[in-house]
Design a protein around this ligand. Sequence first.
Ligand code: ZN
Length: 239
Amino acid sequence: MIRVTVWNEFKHERLHEEVRSVYPDGLHRAIAAGLEQEGDMSVRTATLPEPECGLTREVLDGTDVLIWWGHMAHEEVSDEAVERVYARVLDGMGLVVLHSGHFSKIFKKLMGTTCDLKWREANEKERIWVVDPAHPIAAGLPEYFELKPEEMYGEHFDVPAPDELVLVSWFEGGEVFRSGCTWKRGQGKIFYFRPGHETYPTYYHPLVRRVIANGVRWAAPSGAAKPVRGNRQPLEQLG
Ligand code: ZN
């Protein structure tokens, strides 16, 4: 079983009726419910109001893949919690960053860039194209699928060139966006997936759930031994 923790800042749902009406138990519960149907994942949730931002050493040590949803409270995540997550990613924990998590402290730290982008909330159609059909994150997806309504995110997305680009979005207003990107940092694998504005029922969509579950499986630790670094004695006798 892959041990998944779905982390959510859990703020919009408590402050805004418009969001609570879509996600009455929180975005994290909707995302977790999709993963619980998969059968090969043990899923728990963690939220910002919990002790140590919900990201205690115990939680992180028991997590193979962490899913991140944040938006209005990025700055309320303590630097200590971010450092713990960062260390675990380098150590092999997978990280799936969703939607507005592009501006989270942890994603910006891992990318080393501003992670800024173009955006618009206009209830428009998003058409998501699979551009790497051999990639495991594309498993079970059609050539493209559509979400309506969604928020627009447009290029340029200021991230390092992804190791792999799996999904590209087109929006009704004309913009395009790299919606499904992967990177590796240390032993850890990172998947960014764009959709999921808090006022839209995106995380109930079966294909969105398929992408997130595929992303979790792809990001799960490889099981490779921890690399050894520093000064070493030779393995063979040197002539
Ligand atoms: Zn949004």
